[in-house]
Design a protein around this ligand. Structure first.
Ligand code: SAM
Ligand code: SF4
Length: 355
């Protein structure tokens, strides 16, 4: 019987299993937990890929500073405001501003001003989620005060040694600093999200099981996690991987179900990377316990320069087309898309009440 208090060995067993009966039980349990507590509701979060300029050099990511093979951009303020307005008009409820990590004063102020303006033009009706990397407490606070209420900062892996294997071993890529940032976000009362990369070279099922328990211990409000996908211009590209692409996809889907059972009231996003390995990947994640899906709003000419990994899905899909496909698939599942709703995490609502 799969229950909320799963132990590490049980998680490893599920992650390693091909047993159809066990996997059906996992899927059914995860979906029924989600349905019972959060209803048959799917929340939308429009992604704006704000900038591919990054000061970091993560070994897995195509945006890393040392990848000189593509043009860098930062979106104009007017374009970001148009996209925010579009999201508001289309009743998406929330947007995610995602970016390479920059810590300059200019970047801090640009995001600050954008937050202020977005709140103004949407009457504070559109919730903004930020995913702009590690920042100082002052910057996190400044952005919170300007209206950002949610922040997503993946830990990528909970094992410090593995962290060092997939990042340069220096002060700007510090495991401890990353955890400290997540703690600061929680302290500042952000709706706090984190997540992991699943199935990168050097990782085992046991590591992923530890990651899931770690995410639970962090007591997060939201989680976004997806499979590791290769990028040929990164140092990790040629590393031997225990997991085939099919295995990584299955691990990611199983991880979503396991986490839904372990953390019933959080928001779990169906990550874009799932669609690289299976065109139906993001929808399958919804059937397995995820409750947030993220249409990409970035205009094509920038979207195709925001390449974290090879084979980025939906590069040429327009928003209206994507929403139509989404509506059809979601209704087949008996679920409904919650237009106009922010989709605030239930876990966050409880956490704030208890403070
Ligand atoms: N720069 C910020 C950061 O790293 O937190 C936010 C943007 S970063 C592109 C968002 C996420 O993309 C990372 O947390 C990482 O998990 C994911 N990512 C990067 N490279 C990837 C890859 N090769 N496969 C799958 N996900 C990847
Ligand atoms: Fe930069 Fe984020 Fe990519 Fe690391 S994962 S290189 S911080 S964009």
């Amino acid at each position: 019987m799969i229950c909320e208090k799963l132990k590490k060995d049980e998680i490893v067993n599920i992650l390693s299993s091909d047993d159809k009966v066990l996997l059906k039980e996992l899927k059914d349990k995860a979906y029924s937990v989600k349905k019972e507590l959060l209803g048959q509701n799917i929340y939308l979060r429009g992604i704006i890929e704000y900038s591919n300029v990054c000061s970091k050099n993560c070994y897995y990511c195509g945006l890393r500073k040392d990848n000189l093979n593509f043009k860098r951009y930062i979106l104009d303020d007017d374009l970001v405001l148009d996209l925010a307005k579009l999201s508001h008009d289309k009743n998406l409820g929330s947007i995610l501003i995602q970016s390479g990590e920059l810590k300059s004063k200019e970047f801090t102020n640009k995001i600050y001003n954008l937050l202020k303006k977005i709140n103004k033009i949407t009457n504070e009706k559109l919730h903004v989620v930020l995913s702009c990397g590690e920042q100082s407490e002052d910057t996190f606070k400044k952005w919170f005060d300007a209206g950002a209420k949610r922040y997503l900062l993946r830990i990528e892996t909970s094992d410090e040694n593995l962290y060092k294997k997939i990042h340069p071993n220096d002060k700007t890529h510090s495991f401890k600093e990353r955890i400290k940032s997540i703690e600061i976000l929680k302290k500042l009362n952000y709706q706090t999200g984190s997540g992991i990369l699943i199935g990168f070279p050097g990782e085992t099922e046991s590591d992923i099981a530890k990651d899931l328990l770690f995410l639970k211990n962090l007591d997060l409000d939201m989680v976004g996690m997806g499979p590791y996908v290769e990028h040929d211009m990164t140092p990790l590209f040629n590393e031997k991987n225990k997991f085939s692409r099919a295995k990584r996809f299955n691990l990611a889907i199983k991880a979503i179900s396991i986490l839904r059972i372990m953390m019933p009231d959080i928001n779990i996003a169906s990550s874009t990377a799932l669609d690289v390995f299976n065109p139906n990947g993001r929808f399958l994640a919804l059937e397995h316990g995820a409750n947030v899906i993220m249409p990409n709003l970035t205009p094509l000419k920038f979207k195709e320069k925001y390449f974290l990994y090879d084979g980025k899905p939906g590069v040429d899909t327009m928003l209206d087309d994507y929403l139509k496909i989404l509506e059809d698939k979601v209704s087949l599942m008996g679920e409904k898309i919650c237009y106009k709703e922010h989709g605030t995490s239930l876990h966050f609502k409880k956490r704030i009440r208890e403070c």
